[in-house]
Design a protein around this ligand. Sequence first.
Ligand code: 9WN
Length: 435
Amino acid sequence: MKENLRKRAIEVLDANFQEGGFTIPSKGLYPFQWKWDSGFIAIGFAHYDVEKAKTEIHSLLDAQWENGFIPHIVFHSDNDSYFPGPDFHQSERHPLSSKKYRSTGMTQPPVTGFVLQEMYRIAEDKQDMLAFVKDHIDKVYANHVYFYENRDPHNEGLVYIYHNWESGTDNSPVWDDIWSTMNPPEYTFERRDTTHVDASQRPTKREYDHYLYLIDIAKEHNYDDARIAELSPFLVQDPLFNAMLIKSNEALLELYKLIGGNGDKEKTLQQWQKMSIRNFNNKLFDSELGAYVHYDLRNGKPIRFVSSSSFSPLFANIPDQERAEILVKTMMERFGGEGKYLCASFDPTNERFNPKKYWRGPVWINMNWVLYYGLKNYRFDEIAERVRQDSIALIERDGFFEYFDCRKDTGESQRTGYGGNNFSWSAALLLDLLK
Ligand code: 9WN
């Protein structure tokens, strides 16, 4: 059984690997290279094809801008099956953008640091992988410098995102109240996602108007970070995004120690960690909800909802043990009922929960992977094991989908794996969870 799943996962990944040396998340729906997908995919490759893992990360970092920024999509090819493509994003307006690749002018969660460490952990030939890490780590470090220098206007060690696509959790109900502060124009455009996936599983047309409008504002200011920080109606400190940054800081620190001779960078990383972890705990923990929440930096208030992002700080060793216990209690009470697979992407007890719609409720394998290792960090071994088993069970039930209905008894006659099929990170991270 396990062997068969493993074999199928490898088939999915290999079929999505492209000649240009990168892997698409899902055929048709997502025809380019995405930043955080790329990291999770490299972890999967590291289990059976180390060269592909290295190629994946190398090609992502090859698209880095001169200011250290790494874009959320690298448009390696011309392909009009995705909207919005490079002609809409026009990231070349930024003077320091890549001259080699077209890309978006927004980013995604900074996973690449801890991905390098995972690749090192998994690799059998440690020396060979350490040589690869040595050749690429400074680019990842430069990406973190970019974040601390350009995305942290109050020097809190907490970086902002200016677009919901930067969070990776695109249409989370967490953003709904921000959308209600905006009134974007009605755009005329041809959606491509809904030609690949049932529209009921994707964001609405009106939500897309908001997404496009935020890009237009950034474009109008040539993607200048300071102008965006001043003007974007969407400016959020996201616990998932910041937890990924903190986890990657920790990974870079440990890798630099292994490499040796990088005392200055180690010192800076330690300073960032101290400030980021302190302010993360002070600012983003909601003791009434018993969970970390997002903070709306534009409107100066916390966004008080529990989502799977609320638990991601476990992965980055952010809470102390006592707080970790509170978090896990919240997770089990709200998300962990008997009839449910862990872990829904949004609070199943909230009226905004929707078990079929993208980031408004379904289970995502990348989040489960983050939670599995987070729970292990604090010795919640039984619950971690449940997250691992649930991830495997969902893929066995539905296939290698993009997201999954968390209900064990859905009452549906149709399949309950949703979004793109043969989805790369579901396959990649399953390979890691299976071993
Ligand atoms: C926009 C590629 C990406 C993931 C995101 C997921 C989805 C894109 C879209 O697909 O977002 O970036 O067009 O819906 O939400 O997390 O990286 O798999």
